[in-house]
Design a protein. Structure first.
Lengths: 277, 251
């Protein structure tokens, strides 16, 4: 505990949308998430960062209720993850676009909207929000990869979720679209939506309010982008993240840490500081 | 269970199919072509007086077997795609009830099956003069129940396939034994006891029995309704089993 001390600061005094306490998930017998403690502030964008294979997707699937919890607790919008009523309020966009390629853009969004009793106006709004209005009547299969990603996003937006979980939503998008989408996410957060966005593009981290740094299923830190560059001694967030990982590897001799996060055992988050070995 | 979500699902499945014109054509035309083949296969048979044509027996049974086979294949592939593309997992994170999904599939493909069997039955009656005592409406009814059975089995079997290739391999396992033992090739009372016992519990057996009732009687008999009821019950049971294979949360 004498080495690097990373802050685990989060929203100072705000509401919590998702709270995890000692959250552990195993896939089969393989532990994938190790006793995570974190809280996602409501109405903010939280970035979930980490190398591929670090457990980002598993964590997201657990939050949306698609993955069973092995130990610990996970509270989503005040209810245990997986509670049926949450399905009305949580939106999930998977990493690979999960839409029907043989349907038009409109038909895809209309169908997912129907699952939430949303009508024509919501469908048109969701399609416009991702900039696909001009191709609304085209079959999804005929669209480019980036457009397909946005169809998938529109299928989640149409439900107006209170919590939106996005797994690498900007992969394959050109810089202009990427900026557009992040502006969209920001506007949604301003309107009260809580967003959890995974990415391995570190430049996107600066767009988030808070960051969860995940590595090998352990939480390295929860901090703001500013704190990340401070702790990683670099204004380049990618450099900062790398140096935090290297620091950590050096401190535990290259082997995966036994316990990444220590500190106060409660899951309350306001103003709390935690250290990372 | 929410009827709107079920209808939305049925509508979605149908519009997926609508974009696939070639499949629609195959579904509607192939049974009629195969019936034509069966007709000409037995064209030159010599019959003792009073003996019904083989076409009247075999052609009639084929009217019930087509929708079963076709809908089994179409459903198991469509559902497998849904499982592997991630759309199923995504759907199960929405408020949709599993029953809405499964019955949505059932409604959509039964509509297709009804169309299919109407075309095939019309060809059998008007082109080849299918000669049976009962009304063609009952034949279509049994064909549609068979289609629902095919849909239910297809939904269920798709859970055990990882790829479309595997899904197709379930046809010899699930469908072919039923066709062999349903009474089409050998009358069931002339099978050996073991095969007859298996035949007695296979769903397709009941539809062939029902069709024989339709062929022999001008009016619907109690046995026809009993057969139809058993098939509907089996279909429902398999749909429930299929629902159990849809997991909202993976372990």
């Amino acid at each position: 505990m004498s080495h690097s001390v990373l802050p685990m600061t989060v929203n100072r005094g705000g509401d919590v949308a998702v709270a995890a306490a000692a959250l552990t998930v195993r896939l089969g017998r393989q532990p994938v998430l190790h006793a995570l403690d974190f809280a996602l502030p409501a109405g903010q964008i939280t970035g979930l960062l980490g190398p591929s294979g670090s457990g980002k997707t598993t964590l997201m699937r657990t939050i949306v209720g698609a993955q069973r919890i092995s130990a610990g607790t996970l509270t989503v919008l005040g209810r245990p993850a997986g509670t049926p009523s949450l399905r009305r309020e949580v939106g999930y966009v998977t990493q690979s676009p999960s839409v029907y390629p043989d349907l038009t853009v409109e038909a895809n969004v209309r169908y997912f909207g129907a699952m939430h009793q949303k009508g024509k106006a919501d469908v048109a709004e969701a399609i416009a929000a991702v900039g696909l209005g001009p191709v609304g009547r085209r079959k999804a299969a005929d669209l480019s990869g980036g457009q397909l990603n946005r169809v998938s996003l529109a299928c989640a937006l149409v439900a107006h979720p209170r919590l939106l979980v996005l797994d690498e939503p900007t992969v394959g998008l050109d810089p202009v679209l990427r900026a557009d989408l992040w502006d969209r996410f920001r506007a949604m957060a301003k309107a009260g939506t809580t967003l959890l966005v995974s990415s391995h593009v570190m430049e996107e981290a600066s767009r988030c309010d808070t960051l969860l740094l995940l590595r090998e299923g352990r939480l390295l830190a929860q901090l703001t982008p500013a704190e990340l560059s401070e702790c990683g001694h670099s204004s380049n967030l990618e450099q900062a993240f790398l140096s935090i990982i290297r620091e950590q590897e050096a401190s535990d001799g290259g082997s995966p840490p036994k316990e990444a996060v220590t500190g106060s055992g409660d899951s309350g988050v306001t103003g709390q500081h935690r250290s990372v070995r | 269970m929410d009827v709107r979500m079920m209808l939305a699902t049925a509508r979605r499945v149908l519009s997926q199919l609508r974009h696939d014109r070639r499949s629609i054509a195959l579904i509607l035309v192939v049974p009629a072509l195969l019936l034509t083949a069966v007709y000409f296969l037995y064209e030159n048979e010599t019959l003792p007086p009073g003996m019904p044509r083989t076409f009247d027996r075999v052609g009639l049974m084929m009217l019930a077997i087509f929708p079963f086979v076709v809908m089994f294949l179409v459903t198991s592939i469509t559902m497998l795609r849904e499982r592997t593309s991630g759309t199923l997992e995504r759907l199960l994170t929405t408020p949709v009830h599993k029953a809405d999904l499964l019955f949505g599939y059932g409604v959509a493909f039964s509509l297709m099956a009804a169309l299919q069997s109407m075309v095939a039955t019309a060809v059998a009656y008007w082109v080849f003069g299918l000669d049976i005592a009962g009304a063609p409406g009952y034949v279509v009814l049994i064909a549609v129940i068979n289609a629902i059975l095919g849909v239910a089995l297809g939904l269920f079997c798709s859970a055990f396939a990882r790829t479309e290739f595997q899904a197709v391999q379930f046809m010899p396992v699930v469908v072919v034994p039923q066709i062999l033992l349903c009474g089409l090739f050998v009358a069931r009372d002339r099978m050996n006891g073991f095969l007859e016992a298996i035949s007695n519990v296979l769903p397709l057996t009941f539809s062939v029995d029902a069709l024989q009732e339709i062929a022999a009687h001008a009016e619907a008999t109690a046995r026809l309704w009993q057969d139809a009821g058993v098939m509907a019950a089996i279909s429902l049971g398999v749909l429930v089993l299929a629902a159990l294979t849809l997991r909202r949360r993976t372990a």
